[in-house]
Design a protein around this ligand. Structure first.
Ligand code: NAD
Ligand code: ZN
Length: 341
């Protein structure tokens, strides 16, 4: 099969013919239709310090996809050939305390599709059947390919009650702008999104932000005045990994507010703990998606009208992967879809 492989410990990926992965008794084989590029894939492509210490070489990468089941392991029940699926990219151990308690997203032995084991930038992908998510007809193949990052957005956006609340989202990357659409859809009042990238801020406006601010030119305080907000934000969703964004979020949150942290900082961040202590803030770390509660919630949200289509800004055939990675790396993009048919 054709696959995008990190063949050498160096920048880039290679389009190669490789053997299709073996199918175990509890696995399904998926003929991949669409994939999208995640920030993680950009780290792997660039071969930065994180990638160098994490990714085994050679390795087929990618973890955001949709496809169709073409082979089913002997022990698998509940799936049929031809089922359209996307899949949870975190493979959990199944035997630790959290897994056994049904809290798989808190498994301490998680391994990642396209990170620690062969991924989906390929014509075929093999995953444990339990990780496959059968797609309702209302979710088309384009949206189905972005359920992994949409799941990050849903998991973070629903970490605190946002109904009738004012929400600050720092970072208008694909996940931040989808989070804006979600909190707006479920009933937030003001949704303020910050970034330093005007292309992405425009996307945030398109997807439901009340105000989208370039923090290089505008302040969150000005935005609050413009919206008539006097007390601060009720909920903060940190989706940039940027130190200054986090500090500004803590400063502009209201007493008793909640902060959900998804953005991954590249280094240690010092914060003013007085903001946390004296305001009684609750800070929650978010990793991945809740298995599989987030998947059902996001399917229901999409079926009831949540519209995140605008986040897909580019579509290319997989053969043009180098261009796709260049565009994504340049930041003038939301999600970039690669077609594998
Ligand atoms: P992204 O890198 O595309 O988006 C981050 C955005 O933050 C960029 O648009 C960037 O311009 C912006 N930014 C930079 N400095 C800023 C500042 N001072 N204020 C506001 N915004 C600023 O990432 P993404 O794919 O949308 O993901 C969002 C974050 O979540 C990333 O940090 C990513 O690594 C992380 N992530 C975490 C998980 C998890 O499970 N915890 C999963 C996926 C992604
Ligand atoms: Zn486990």
């Amino acid at each position: 099969m054709k696959a995008l492989v990190k063949q050498r410990a160096a920048r880039g990926l290679e389009l190669l013919d490789v053997a299709s992965p073996a199918l175990g008794p509890n696995d399904v084989r998926v003929r991949v239709r669409n994939t999208t590029i995640c920030g993680t894939d950009i780290h792997i492509y660039k071969w930065d310090a994180w990638a160098q210490k994490t990714i085994p070489v050679p390795m087929v990468v990618g973890h955001e996809y949709c496809g169709e089941i073409i082979e089913i392991g002997a022990e698998v029940t509940g799936f049929s050939l031809g089922d359209r699926v996307s899949g949870e990219g975190h493979i959990t151990c199944g035997h630790c305390r959290n897994c056994r308690a049904g809290r798989r997203h808190l498994c301490r032995n998680t391994i990642g599709v396209g990170v620690n084991r062969p991924g989906c930038f390929a014509e075929e992908l093999v995953i444990p059947a339990v990780n496959a998510f059968k797609l309702p007809a209302a979710i088309d193949d384009d949206i189905a390919a972005i359920l992994d990052p949409l799941g990050n957005a849903v998991h973070t956006a629903l970490a605190f009650d946002v109904v009738g609340e004012d929400v600050l989202i720092t970072g208008a990357g694909p996940i931040g702008v989808m989070a804006a659409a979600i909190v707006r859809f479920v009933g937030a009042r003001h949704v303020v999104v910050t970034d330093v990238n005007d292309f992405r801020l425009e996307l945030a406006r398109k997807m439901g932000a009340t105000l989208a601010l370039n923090v290089q030119r505008e302040s969150i305080d000005d935005a609050m005045r413009q919206l008539g907000m006097t007390e601060g934000f009720d909920v903060g969703l940190e989706m940039s990994g940027n130190a200054e964004a986090l500090r500004e979020m803590l400063r502009t949150l209201h007493h008793g507010g909640g902060v959900a942290l998804l953005g991954i900082p590249s280094e240690d961040i010092a914060i003013d703990w007085n903001q946390v202590i004296f305001k009684g803030l609750t800070i929650k770390g978010i990793y991945g998606r809740q298995m599989f509660e987030t998947w059902y919630k996001m399917a229901s949200l999409l079926q009831s009208g949540l519209d995140v289509r605008a986040v897909i800004t580019h579509k290319l055939p997989y053969t043009e992967f180098a261009q796709a990675f260049d565009i994504m790396g340049g930041g003038q993009a939301g999600k970039i879809l690669m077609d594998w048919r």
